[in-house]
Design a protein around this ligand. Sequence first.
Ligand SMILES: O=C(CO)[C@@H](O)[C@H](O)COP(=O)(O)O
Length: 236
Amino acid sequence: MCQRPAPMIAPSILSADFANLASEIAAVGPSPVDPGVDWVHVDVMDNHFVPNLTLGLPVVESILKATDIPIDCHLMITDPGRWAPGYAEAGAYNVSFHAEATDDPISVARDIRAAGGKAGLGIKPGTSIEPYLEILPEFDTLLIMSVEPGFGGQKFMPEVLDKVRRLREVIDGEQLKLLIEIDGGISASTIEQAAEAGVDCFVAGSAVYGGDDPAARVAELRALATAASSAETGAS
Ligand SMILES: O=C(CO)[C@@H](O)[C@H](O)COP(=O)(O)O
């Protein structure tokens, strides 16, 4: 048992109204029900790495001008070495690319950090984290996918929590400064088990933007994650 930082909530705008991104992001900012989300999660998909197409750097640049909330870019693209540093240069706080998309994750991570961003490594549900454990210090975030990347609104895959537990053990044992982020199917019914397994940052798309009160949904998720995480670590 050890104390961990308060759980972070990162709404995914994949489920927001793309014609009104500035107001959709403002809707999860500080409000009477919640202090405001920790990160806004932006899914960049290229229709090559995943069978879907979303948005790219020009839209991220506009989002960065529209909000002060740190932007968490999740690149579901081939050739991240070519594109990822540009998102960090533009001002994205965290830039995650996929382990399955490159043979040289260390170089990509170093280029993101050199461009001023935090570096994240995305891991698909079927990918083992074992080969990556020895390069964890190269990263600031490990993004564990709990659905197959590509679409919002899919069912949470609880089996990926074994990877979260393993990571938690290594991070705590080696006292690494690394956040575990989970993405896919996170809702009021699944967030507690993810928090108990050791997740730090929770991405939620449809659970936040699928209803008519995103701030209330964020507050609910935050309360559930905080209670479950505190029970697990023994924090009061
Ligand atoms: O990266 C992805 C999907 O590939 C996610 O960020 C989704 O946006 C999560 O959506 P929900 O599962 O929370 O609806």
